[in-house]
Design a protein around this ligand. Structure first.
Ligand code: SF4
Length: 428
């Protein structure tokens, strides 16, 4: 892959700071070598690319150490552990492959920092399947977007700019005529849903906790059922009926949700109601779900884990073969039940994502800017994919993997190099 680590201007940079993985950023390097995002930026991408580069050495119990010493300490912890855990898993595909190799060698359990929200989607996918679409299809075909329980832009800043109000679409659609409906949530900033010609979105607010019944009511109306109630969750049934009629009339509706924003009881039922609505609509027109995720590399992690072991995260090699148990193998309960005796926490992208505090000896392999409240036994700063090293990352829609470019020179090892060295030591 071409090396951009010294180039003054870099075009077409893919940004791994959120799951949209926008690949149209332009970055310039000033005379002091500092990166600036000069085109197609958002607050998250600026924070990601423009954070100053600082050398940082590995640490053992908070004290500076050589890389070999830190790796030797990590080997010692992992080699003697009966039930090791590799969690966090915020990395790209290269890194996740190395995680899987070490997990198999050390009989470890794996879990992702976003698994609580990812599992809401995965349970539905495993239980009933779903019809979902890609970001490219949305960009080129959507005529009615229903956003469930979120404003989207708090999580994915450039969603409307890139996918809804895009000036060009493949089939000549006038994108300014697209309609947007926000269903559920309170006090959302819905300004991003105003079309370029000034048309305001329809907003049907309700408490998020009411979304299971609201989405069930919409699903029933889409199926032609009559509801006796006059309102559901504070939304008039007549308004839900109007939405059902618009969905039936649309040529390509998309129902979007963000599982991490659905932090409510029965979130899975809400998602199942959404996907059930989509399924029903497809009997007479075209409709798709859009589960937005992919932050912290979560989509790439469960894809890589699935194609290597047959299961997404929350699986374990404790029994010498891949064992999937999403209830048992989750980081919080494994730590609370003292079921693990060593943990590696992988966190490549967001320095704020710290390991859960516990008494378990922990090796953190992650973003050099991480600051700890509880000092880990070992900290090894690594190259950030898409900034300090090349990489490959899956986009939110799970159907496209994009190359990440190294855009600056850095002296940190990659996650693959560190985990491979630990694996070699555990095997020896
Ligand atoms: S929306 Fe997400 S992927 Fe796009 S530039 Fe902003 S942080 Fe990066």
């Amino acid at each position: 892959m071409e090396n951009f680590a010294q180039a003054a201007t870099i075009d077409g940079v893919a940004c791994p700071a959120c799951g949209l993985l926008c690949d149209d950023l332009k970055i310039q390097r000033d005379e002091a070598g500092v990166l600036n995002v000069v085109e197609k930026k958002c607050a998250k991408s600026v924070a990601f690319f423009e954070r100053p580069y600082r050398e940082k050495s590995p640490q053992i119990n908070g004290q500076p150490a050589k890389l070999e010493e830190a790796i030797a300490e990590a080997i010692s912890l992992f080699k003697h552990a009966q039930h090791p855990l590799i969690s966090g898993l915020s990395t790209d595909i290269y890194g996740m492959r190395a995680v899987m190799n070490l997990a198999e060698t050390s009989n470890a359990t794996i879990d992702h920092m976003n698994s609580k929200s990812s599992m809401r989607n995965l349970y539905v996918l495993q239980n009933s399947g779903w019809q979902i679409t890609t970001l490219t299809e949305v960009r080129n075909r959507v005529d009615l977007l229903v956003v469930v329980g979120t404003d989207i832009v708090s999580y994915f800043s450039r969603f409307f700019e890139r996918l809804i109000w895009n000036q060009e679409s493949m089939f000549g659609q006038d994108t300014a005529t697209r309609e947007v409906v926000y269903l559920g949530g309170r006090d959302l900033d819905t300004s991003a849903g105003i079309s370029p010609n000034g048309t305001k979105p329809t907003v049907l607010p309700c408490d998020k906790e009411k979304l299971p019944e609201v989405t069930a009511a919409l699903r029933a109306l889409i199926s032609g059922k009559k509801l006796v109630a006059s309102e559901v969750g504070g939304i008039a049934v007549s308004d839900l009926q109007k939405l059902a009629d618009r969905l039936h009339a649309a040529k390509y509706s998309v129902l979007a949700w963000i599982s991490s924003s659905l932090d409510i009881s029965h979130a899975e039922l809400t998602i199942q109601n959404i996907t059930g609505t989509v399924e029903k609509l497809n009997q007479t027109t075209r409709s798709s779900g859009l589960p937005l995720s992919g932050n912290d590399g979560d989509v790439g992690s469960y894809n890589a884990s699935s194609w290597i072991s047959g299961y997404p995260f929350r699986s374990s090699y404790r029994r010498d073969y891949p064992d999937y148990d999403p209830y048992h193998y989750n980081t919080d309960s494994l730590l609370a039940e003292q079921e693990v005796d060593a943990m590696i926490w992988v966190n490549s992208y967001n320095p704020a994502r710290l390991p859960p505090e516990s008494d378990v000896p922990t090796v953190v392999i992650g973003h050099p800017a991480m600051q700890f409240k509880q000092q880990p036994a070992v900290f090894i700063p690594i190259a950030i994919p898409g900034l300090d090293s090349n990489g490959v990352q899956f986009r939110s829609d799970s159907s496209v993997a994009l190359p990440l470019k190294q855009v600056r020179a850095a002296s940190f090892p990659t996650l693959t190099e560190v985990l491979s060295a630990i694996e070699a030591g555990v095997k020896a």
